[in-house]
Structure formats: C-alpha cells, structure tokens
Design a protein around this ligand. Structure first.
Ligand SMILES: Nc1ncnc2c1ncn2[C@@H]1O[C@H](COP(=O)(O)OP(=O)(O)O)[C@@H](O)[C@H]1O
Ligand SMILES: [Mg+2]
Length: 263
C-alpha cells in the first residue's frame, strides 16, 4: 500500500478534482484503490465522483457502521470513504477520537494498493495529522501566487515535522504547459533555497473545459471524456507518482526528487 495526501493549503486549487480522477485512473489499471475524504466539515469528494454515498465517516464515528461498511463502491472498481458534510460530531471530534479514527483507517487501508486522501484547505491539526500520515505528500498549486505561498507554508510545516518527507508538486489550472512547468520549477527553487529541501515535480494539468462540464453533469472526466487533454495530462502525473513504490515497507522513489540549483 502507498498513501498519497492531496494538500496545498489553499481552497479551490483542485485537490479534490485531481484526487478523484487519479483514483479513477488507477482503478482503470485494475489497482485496488481507496479514496478518502478527510474534509471533516465540508466533504465533496463523492459529488465530484457523481456518487451518492451509502454512509460516511460520521457514521463510523457514531459507531453505526464499520469502516469497510462505510465505503461506497465507485466507478472503475474504486472504494470511496465519504466525509459527512455538516455532521457536527465529526466537526467537533476530539483529538483522541480523531487519532483512533486515523489509526483504524490506516489499518483498513493496508489491504489496498493505492490510498488517496483528499485534504481540506488550511492547516488545522486534523489536516496536518492526515497529511503527515501519508507516504507521499502532494501539494496542488495553481499559477496564482497566493496558492504558491500557501503551498510553501504547507511544505514548511511538513519538513519541520518530518525532515525526510517525500513531497511533490502538481501544478493545476495552468494556462499552458510551459507556464505550468515554470511555476513548478519556481516552487522547487524556492523550497531548495529557503528550506534546503527537495520537492518532486509530479506534473502539470491545464485548465480544462471538460472538468467544468463533468462537474455540472456529475460524471467524472475519466468516464465522460477519457481522451481529453485533462485525462492525458493527469495520466502523466499518474506515471510520475507510480514511480514511487513500497517495497518491503520502504518507499523507493524513482521520481525526480532532485534538489534544484539555487535561484
Ligand atoms: N484543471 C481544471 N480545469 C478546470 N477547472 C478545474 C480544474 N481543476 C479544478 N477545477 C475546478 O475548480 C474548482 C475547485 O476544484 P476542487 O477540486 O474542488 O478544489 P479544492 O479541492 O482544492 O478546493 C472546481 O469547480 C473544479 O471543477
Ligand atoms: Mg476539496
């Protein structure tokens, strides 16, 4: 099992969109995939997947169902653990309960090949805990400078708590591939310069009309427009991420984790 946390600090950058669609792409590859919505207040992963969840995390913490029972089968054979939007006991969950939920989750997640965790915006204690527990931290950014600032703050927190963390960046909603690559390498340089830490470049996904249409129709792009540029670009992100593998409990990274030259 290898787990990926989709973070980046800022809201609206595409964490949920990329997490959902990458999960579907891996599902199409016959991998056992678990998607989890760790936004304990404003969950929306199921909506992006066009799913009506049979249960959610709130039902697990309410002890109504077990974690496996709470999973909703999604397209491409994936399993989806939905958040429970607006579920007060989950929003107000205590630290102890939250720790238990996280431990229980990772025990359950061990039976899957790829576990993708969609994180909320911000850096709340809960969000940090899930992100730090993931094998690979994916920072989703857009060319918007405020998004880079938030991602930088997230990376700073990660490396302060886990100096050897595997962190990578995906640029989403780029206008052009070259703009996206430029943003990605600028981010790598900043991290190298100010934190002396390497960050992988996992790829660039451009702004896509297909994503907007898919959301309106509640049908993921991977199903409705599998040959779109969005799916092709995300396919390359998947390849970059697939180069990271767990062998004998250790992560071997083949992706580009080089330390960039100082700016
Ligand atoms: N590559 C893209 N092209 C066009 N729209 C996108 C793209 N990625 C995300 N979006 C749109 O941006 C909005 C925010 O995306 P979302 O995944 O919910 O962000 P986050 O989870 O980071 O808050 C959504 O309306 C989504 O459809
Ligand atoms: Mg989201």
């Amino acid at each position: 099992m290898i787990s990926y946390g989709f973070s980046g600090g800022k809201g609206g950058v595409g964490k949920t969109t990329l997490c959902a669609h990458l999960g579907l792409l891996w599902g199409d590859d016959s991998q056992e995939v678990l998607l989890m919505d760790a936004d304990l207040g404003l969950a929306n992963l199921d909506a992006v997947l066009g799913l009506v969840p049979r249960a959610g995390l709130g039902d697990v913490t309410d002890r109504k169902v077990s974690l496996p029972e709470a999973c909703t089968p999604g397209p491409a054979g994936i399993s989806v653990l939905s958040g429970s939007s607006g579920h007060l006991p989950l929003i107000d969950i205590t630290s102890g309960e939250h720790e238990n939920l996280k431990d229980e989750f990772f025990k359950f997640a061990g039976r899957f090949d790829r576990v993708l965790i969609d994180l909320p915006a911000g850096l709340s204690g809960h969000c940090q805990a899930w992100l730090l527990a993931c094998d690979v931290k994916i920072l989703v950014v857009t060319p918007d400078p405020t998004s880079l600032l938030d991602a930088y703050a997230t990376a700073k927190m990660i490396f302060a708590k886990q100096p050897e963390a595997r962190v990578g960046v995906v640029v989403n909603r780029a206008e052009t591939m070259s703009q996206g690559r430029e943003v990605s390498s600028r981010f790598q340089k900043i991290l190298g310069q100010f934190l002396q830490k390497p960050v992988a470049a996992f790829g660039v996904v451009r702004e896509s009309q297909a994503v907007r249409v898919a959301l309106r129709n509640r049908k993921p792009v991977v199903l409705s427009q599998p040959t779109s540029t969005f799916c092709q670009e995300l396919g390359l992100v998947k390849v970059a991420l697939s180069a990271e593998n767990h062998v004998g409990g250790q992560v071997f990274r083949l992706a580009d984790f080089r330390m960039p030259e100082a700016a």
